[in-house]
Design a protein around this ligand. Sequence first.
Ligand code: EPZ
Length: 419
Amino acid sequence: MQKLAIQGGTPLRGEVRISGAKNAALPIMCASLLSSDALQLSNMPDLHDVATMRKLLEQMGVKAAIQGSEMTLSGAHIDKLEAPYEMVKTMRAAVLVLGPLVARFGEARVSLPGGCAIGSRPVDLHIKGLQAMGAVISIEHGYIHAQVPAPGRLKGAHFFFDMVSVTGTENLMMAATLADGVTVLENAAREPEVMDLAHCLIAMGAKIEGAGSDTIRITGVAKLHGATHRIMPDRIESGTFLVAAAATRGSVMLHNTRADILETVLEKLQEAGAHIRMEGDGIHLDMAGPLKSVNLRTAPYPAFPTDMQAQFMALNTIALGSAMMVETIFENRFMHVQELRRLGAQIDIEGNTALVRGVEQLEGATVMATDLRASASLVIAGLVAQGETIIDRIYHLDRGYEHIEAKLSQLGANIRRLK
Ligand code: EPZ
C-alpha cells in the first residue's frame, strides 16, 4: 500500500499544467463501442481509471493504441459483450459500456457496480431508460443482462430522469444515437463532461441537440463513423489545485484549463479572499490576505460541484470563522471528516450538513484516504498542517489525479511517495 508523506507549511507558488478531464475521458472511451471505425483522442489523462477502462474495452475486443496523451480506440472487432465484476467493482464508470453495447449489438451483460465509500449509487435510472427504449433487462447473479427483441434495434423514447444523473444521462445519450427514431431526455445532467461527450458523438455522426441543457434531443442514425476529439480540461483537478493554493496562501498559475466551467468554484474562492485572474487558457490565483470561511451547498451543474466539497472543507478547517457545508448529492460523502479531525480540525456533522469551525493550525498526523476526493482533501490539509502528515491508501488519489506529487512538488510542496 503506497503512502504520501507531506511536510506542511510551504505556500504553493509557480505554474502547473492541468490534464484532460477523467469524467469526460471515461464516457468518451466507451463511445468507441458505437462504431467500427477508429476514435482518435487527444489530451487524455494518465490515470488509473483510464487504464482500467482501456483494459475493460480491450477484453471486449476494442483495439487500443497509446502514444503519450493520444489514444486511438477501434471497435471493429468486438467479440465479447460483457463487463465482468472484477473490473466493474473497482470503477463504477464501467457501467457506461451498457448503453453503447445494447445500442450497437442489441445485448450486454454488465456487472452491477457495488456501492462505494460515498454512497449506494444505484443505476436504476440507467436501466429504466434503456427499458423505455425497448431493452428487456433482468438482474441475474449480480449482473445486468440487457437484450433487445428482434429486429434488435432500440427505439427512440421520451424519458424523464427523476434524479439528475451524470452517467445516467451519458449512457442513455450514447444508446439513443443508434436507436430507431427520436429520444428526448428530460431533467438531463448539464455537466460540461456531458457536453464534451455530445461533441465527440456529433463528430462521429450522431444527431444531438440541447446537450448542456436539461433537455437533450437525439435523432438515431444507422451507423456512426470514426472521429478525432480533444478531451476537455479537468475542472475538478483545476479546482483542487486552486483550493490548495488558497489554503497554503500561495500564488499559482494553471495552464491548459478553462474558467467558464468553474464559475461557482471561482466565486467561492473569491469569497474566501483569493484574487483570481483569467489569462488565455490559464487561471491565476493569488492568496495574499486572510482566508475566510465559505458556506456551500452541493447540487447538479451549474451549481457547486459535489466533487469539490471535500477540498473546500480542508480549506475551511483553517479559515477565519465557521462554515456550513451541505452535501445534497451523495448520502455519505463526509468520509474525510474523521480523518481531518485527526489533524485537529473542528467539524460537527448533522445529517448531510457539516459545521466547520476554523482553527489556528492543523497538526500533522497519519491519516487514511477513503475515496478519490476525500484523499485530495487530506493532501490539502497535509500541505497546511504543521509537521509531517502521512496519507495511506493513496491508490484512491491515483484514480483521478495525474502525477499529483510531481505537480505539487513543481509548485514547491514538500511531498514524496513512500513505496
Ligand atoms: C458522476 O458520478 C461522476 N463520475 C462523479 O464523480 C460525480 O461525483 C457525480 O457524477 C455527481 O456529479 C463520473 O462521471 C465517472 P450520478 P455518477 O449518477 O454519474 C443517484 C469523481 O470523484 N442516482 O450523477 O455515478 C446517485 O445515487 C466521481 O470523479 C440514482 O439514484 O453520479 C446520486 O445520489 C465521484 N439512480 C445522484 O443520483 C441512478 O440510476 C447523482 O448520481 C443514478 C444515480
